[in-house]
Design a binder for this molecule. Structure first.
Ligand code: SF4
Ligand code: SF4
Length: 714
């Protein structure tokens, strides 16, 4: 039994070895000191990490904090879990001032949080009574969901370690306990004051404190005061335990996610340089490329490891994970976080510097990524993956660790400027075939032959027999639109987009230098390409080039301006039963947000029936990897392209339209593997447009080209 003297507050407990005030003050000082110590230890790896300049554009960054952190922008993409998270997050925000008030009242009984002493005080009390109730209920719902419904995306396959359910339930339990203690503290205070005749107020109607107050109202006053002090102690201990426990697991994201979002990457489609603190011209001075040990990550990337909430959305949307490749982005992060916790202990000295690939990560895991960006698009906390994966690849390449199947294409790129090892002088041969003569030969730009627009073709469209039809269709369209354009022909080399993303930075830089000079010498004022990978490279990886557009953007703006008109699809008999669906190429959609233009172009063709696949736009499912992924043979249970073809069939489509030669290769191949030949076909947007556009100049030759194009779309 204890005695409480003076006003009704835990601070006035006097019968213990130390007075209540001192005890609670000591508890709080200890809690805060522990938290500061633990967090300072967690900062050590960040201080040892590589530079990463994320301090620019503060207003943009603040805007992102408002949108993605405070506004929880991405959470509703998973409706139930997202709503639950938003409710809990809002409850926490509302309860923050109340939690601190409760703690301080244990030391200073008359303390009132600034702003809560006036009329807003009771309103805030009511709001927080309901918040505590709702958060408590959400914890129960979340625990039931974890234990009974067991969403698949929370599961941890054996190869990635043990499950995280116990930890999650423990945390949910702690938060529920915090809410219960807060409510009991409030209820016992109201009941005690009522019995003492000092107040006639009650907690908010039907809230958890209200229900508890009804249950304890008839207890003796001393018991109520005992409950109040006990609730205070449980609340304070749970609060500080949670505060200090969070930096040991997924709940650390509560503290770090705000910073992670503030410092998040602002430009999509880009890849970080080898070293932020070394310019490209001085890379020869860098002794080691990429990430080989943990300390080779940048400080922001380590902050990402702390900020992951383990929600599983990234892996749930990762096509590599979906087809059984040995990669699930979530576990790239979880494994790194476990690594940092183990090698940078809170008690003891750091012990790191071990190679990551071969220990923490397998080679296949790192090569399995198609850099499609689905993981980054989905992550509510803006955790980055592509830059980390590219950096890990750079480290492997630097150690001479190149997959067998990629050695030949990489060598060919070095010697011939294309991954097929074909002759440079044949690069423009696709443009010489007779069908093109109806709209005039394609100009090869040089000192004598100039043009306003460069059509940058890139390797696959230049050399692959099937993809050359995309080049020819593009040329016919540009010609039909009256554009003064040309190609670089033999002077063009691979854009290097995939080379860079495969970690071969020096090779990429030599390709970029060569193409950059050739483009400048050509004197063009605008670049158009039909390859989203080239588009992304020229737009983001190259410097000081004329503006770059993907052909779908050109087509959409010409259609809107009335310069591009179409004949009805019905004039082609074979189109009668065709249902089209558009597949978003990752480097056009997710990395560059070109979603509407290709759709608008298709929709402006009279009579064209188009359906949408369930996974489309920013949730599009990667076809299986552009660029050098065509040469890599990953371990997988099925092909991504096959999964995509089935998605198209489920949507009721029988023609898949894409706007990327790599998608075309993968999907065409997948149709054969899926046994859907004759039932499903794939066609490039340029081919559809070329087939249906109204051209004045080619009337006399339309029959010839029609014959050539009848295979398009099946
Ligand atoms: S970029 Fe795509 S393939 Fe790579 S980890 Fe992310 S979702 Fe998976
Ligand atoms: S990285 Fe993002 S999406 Fe993936 S588990 Fe972590 S928080 Fe969720």
């Amino acid at each position: 039994m204890w005695t409480v003297v003076g006003t009704y507050s835990p601070v006035n407990v006097v019968d213990w070895l130390v007075p209540g005030r001192n005890l609670f003050l000591a508890l709080q000082v200890l809690g805060v000191a522990c938290f500061i110590y633990i967090v300072s230890k967690r900062m050590v790896p960040l201080l040892r990490a590589q530079a990463d300049p994320r301090f620019n554009r503060p207003l943009t960054r603040l805007g992102r904090v408002f949108k993605f952190w405070l506004g929880q922008w991405k959470h509703p993409r998973y409706r139930f879990a997202g709503t639950l998270h938003i409710v809990i997050f809002t409850g926490f925000l509302l309860l923050a001032a109340r939690a601190f008030s409760v703690l301080i009242v244990g030391v200073s009984p008359t303390f009132v949080m600034p702003g809560l002493s006036g009329r807003f005080g009771p309103v805030y009390e009511t709001l927080t009574d309901y918040s505590a109730t709702i958060v408590f209920l959400c914890m129960v719902v979340a625990a039931v969901r974890r234990l009974v419904f067991k969403p698949v995306r929370y599961a941890v396959p054996a190869k990635y370690g043990k499950g995280h359910t116990t930890d999650a339930i423990f945390l949910l339990g702690l938060i529920a306990l915090l809410m219960a203690a807060d409510s009991l503290f409030s209820a016992s205070r109201f009941a005690g004051l009522a019995q003492a005749g000092q107040s006639a107020e009650s907690p908010a109607f039907l809230s958890l404190p209200w229900m508890i107050e009804i249950a304890i109202a008839s207890m003796p006053r001393t018991a109520l005061w005992g409950l109040n002090v006990g609730a205070y102690l449980v609340h304070a201990i749970t609060f500080y335990f949670l505060l200090c426990y969070r930096p040991f697991g997924i709940q650390f994201h509560v503290e770090t996610s705000l910073f992670s979002i503030y410092f998040s990457k602002l430009e999509k489609g880009t890849v970080k340089p080898v070293r932020w603190d070394v310019s490209d011209d001085h890379l020869d001075q860098v002794k080691s490329f990429g990430v080989k040990t943990f300390e080779d990550f940048t400080w922001k990337h380590i902050l990402d490891f702390y900020s992951c909430a383990d929600c599983g959305r990234c892996a749930d949307n990762c096509p590599s994970n979906a087809v059984g490749r040995p990669l699930a982005p979530r576990f790239l992060t979880i494994k790194a976080r476990d690594y940092v916790f183990k090698h940078y202990p809170v008690l003891g000295k750091p012990n790191s510097g071990n190679p990551l690939v071969g220990n923490l990560y397998s080679e296949d895991e790192i090569w399995s990524c198609t850099t499609c960006g689905a993981c980054e698009e989905e992550c509510p906390l803006l955790v980055e993956y592509i830059d980390k994966i590219v950096d890990l690849r750079r480290g492997m390449i630097d150690d001479g660790n190149v997959p067998q199947s990629l050695q030949k294409p990489l060598k060919a790129l070095e010697s011939r400027g294309n991954p097929y090892g074909k002759m440079e002088k044949k690069r423009g041969d696709w443009a010489k075939i007779p069908a093109l003569q109806t709209t005039g030969p394609v100009k090869v730009l040089d000192a004598k032959n100039g043009a306003d627009t460069l059509y940058f073709v890139d390797s696959i469209t230049s050399y692959d027999d099937r993809m050359q039809s995309i080049g020819r269709a593009t040329a016919r369209i540009l010609s039909g639109l009256g554009k003064n354009f040309g190609i670089l022909g033999a002077a063009e080399k691979d854009s290097g987009h995939e080379v860079r993303r495969f970690g071969e930075e020096m090779l990429f830089q030599s390709l970029r230098e060569h193409n950059g000079e050739a483009i400048k010498e050509s004197g063009v004022t605008r670049i158009v390409t039909s390859d989203p990978h080239a588009y992304n490279a020229l737009k983001h990886d190259y410097k000081d080039l004329p503006p770059v557009e993907h052909i779908s953007q050109v087509l959409a703006s010409e259609a809107r301006a009335g310069n591009l008109r179409f004949n009805s699809v019905e004039q082609w008999l074979e189109n009668k039963d065709r249902v089209y669906t558009y597949h978003d190429p990752c480097y056009l959609g997710r990395h560059n947000q070109v979603y509407d233009d290709p759709r608008d172009v298709l929709d402006s063709i009279p009579g064209l029936k188009r359906v949408e696949m369930q996974r489309s736009r920013d949730r599009s499912f990667c076809c299986g990897g552009g660029g050098l992924m065509l040469f890599y043979e990953p371990k997988e249970e099925q092909r991504m392209g096959v999964v995509r073809v089935h998605m198209a069939a489920e949507a009721g489509a029988n023609v898949i339209v894409t706007a990327c030669p790599f998608c075309m290769v993968n999907v065409e191949d997948a149709i054969k593997v899926a046994g859907l030949e004759g039932k499903m076909s794939v066609v490039d947007l340029t081919e559809v447009v070329d087939q249906h556009m109204v051209r004045e100049v080619r009337e006399k030759d339309v029959t010839t080209e029609k014959l050539e194009l009848t295979n398009i779309g099946g």
